[in-house]
Write a protein that binds this ligand. Structure first.
Ligand SMILES: *[C@@H]1O[C@H](CO)[C@@H](O)[C@H](O)[C@H]1NC(C)=O
Ligand SMILES: *[C@@H]1O[C@H](CO)[C@@H](O)[C@H](O)[C@H]1NC(C)=O
Ligand SMILES: *[C@@H]1O[C@H](CO)[C@@H](O)[C@H](O)[C@H]1NC(C)=O
Ligand SMILES: *[C@@H]1O[C@H](CO)[C@@H](O)[C@H](O)[C@H]1NC(C)=O
Ligand SMILES: *[C@@H]1O[C@H](CO)[C@@H](O)[C@H](O)[C@H]1NC(C)=O
Length: 249
C-alpha cells in the first residue's frame, strides 16, 4: 500500500498544477482610470474574473486585508488618504489578480495621466485635476520646466502619436480665483516600440511543467526500484544473519 503513496502524491501534484494553470488571473481596473486622485474624489474599482453560474461573489484585498465588499465593483466615495495602497481581487473561477496601486493626494491640484509609461505612437492623455473640480483658468502644462500647452480654461492635454521627445517631467499650474497653484511633478516615459518577447509567442511554461513532471516521474520510479532492491538485500542479509546465529552456539 505504501508503495502507492508517491504515485498518489504525484497525481495530486499533476491535478493541482493543471488546475491552477487553467484558471485565468482576475484583473482589477480603475474607473475612471486615474491611479492618483485627490481627496473627496469618487473611485470605482472593478474586478474582472469568471464566476461559477449563480455566484458572483468576489473577494477584495486592500494592502492584503480582506474587505467586507463581495460585489464585483468596489465603490469609494469621497476618497481619503487611508484609501491609498494596493488593491487585489479574486473570484471563484480566477486566481488572485495583480495589484493595482491607488494614491489619494491632498491639495488643490493634481496632474493625472492615463498611464505613466506609454509606447511610442500612442496618445498621451493628461489631466490637470482640481480639488472638487473647482473652476481654474489660465492653465499651463509644462514639460521639463518649459510651457508645452496653454489653455484659457482648464482642459485635458492630449498628445497624439507620442514620441520619445514627449518623455519628461511634467506639471501643470493655473489660477483658482486669484490664487496661482501648481501641481507636483510627474515622470512620463515614452518607450520606443519593442517587438513582443519570444516567451509571449511560445508556451515555455507548459514545456517546463512537462519536463518537471517527467523528471518527477523518473525520480519516483527510480526510488521505487531502489527501495525494492534495498528491501530484498535487507531480507537476504537477515536470512544470512539468522543462519549464522543459529550455527553459533
Ligand atoms: C460621488 O458619489 C456621491 C454618492 O456616493 C455623489 O453624491 C457625488 O456627486 C459623487 N461625486 C462626484 C464628483 O461624482
Ligand atoms: C457564493 O459564494 C459565497 C462566498 O464567496 C458563499 O458564502 C455563498 O454561499 C455562495 N452562494 C451560493 C449560492 O453558492
Ligand atoms: C468560492 O466559493 C466558496 C463557497 O461558495 C467560498 O467559500 C469562497 O470564499 C469563494 N471564493 C471567492 C474568491 O469568492
Ligand atoms: C504662476 O506663477 C508662476 C511663477 O511661480 C508664473 O510664471 C506664472 O505666470 C503664474 N501663472 C499665472 C497664470 O499667472
Ligand atoms: C523617469 O523615468 C524613467 C524611466 O522609469 C527614468 O529612466 C528616468 O531617470 C526618470 N527621470 C527622472 C528625472 O526621475
Amino acid at each position: 500500500m505504501w508503495q502507492l503513496l508517491p504515485q498518489t502524491a504525484l497525481l495530486l501534484l499533476v491535478s493541482s498544477g493543471l488546475h491552477a494553470a487553467d484558471l485565468p488571473k482576475a484583473v482589477v481596473s480603475l474607473v475612471p482610470s486615474w491611479d492618483r486622485v485627490l481627496q473627496e474624489d469618487n473611485v470605482t474599482l472593478q474586478c474582472n474574473g469568471d464566476h461559477p453560474p449563480g455566484n458572483k461573489s468576489t473577494e477584495w484585498f486592500h494592502n492584503g486585508n480582506l474587505l467586507s465588499n463581495k460585489d464585483s465593483s468596489y465603490f469609494i466615495a469621497d476618497a481619503r488618504v487611508e484609501h491609498s495602497g494596493e488593491y487585489k481581487c479574486q473570484t471563484n473561477l480566477s486566481t488572485l489578480s495583480d495589484p493595482v496601486q491607488l494614491e489619494v493626494h491632498v491639495g488643490w491640484l493634481l496632474l493625472q495621466s492615463r498611464k505613466w509609461e506609454y509606447k511610442a505612437g500612442e496618445d498621451v492623455h493628461l489631466r490637470c485635476h482640481t480639488w472638487k473640480n473647482t473652476f481654474m483658468h489660465k492653465v499651463t502644462y509644462l514639460q521639463n520646466g518649459r510651457g508645452k500647452r496653454y489653455f484659457h480654461e482648464n482642459s485635458d492635454l492630449h498628445i497624439q502619436k507620442a514620441t520619445a521627445d514627449d518623455s519628461g517631467l511634467y506639471f501643470c499650474r493655473g489660477l483658482i480665483g486669484k490664487k496661482n497653484v501648481s501641481s507636483e511633478t510627474v515622470n512620463i516615459t515614452i518607450r520606443g516600440s519593442i517587438s513582443p518577447p519570444i516567451s509571449a509567442l511560445f508556451p515555455w511554461h507548459r514545456v517546463t511543467f512537462l519536463l518537471v513532471l517527467m523528471l518527477l516521474f523518473a525520480v519516483d520510479t527510480g526510488l521505487y526500484f531502489s527501495v525494492q532492491r534495498n528491501l530484498q538485500n535487507a531480507s537476504s542479509n537477515w536470512k544470512d544473519h539468522k543462519f549464522k546465529w543459529s550455527k553459533d552456539p
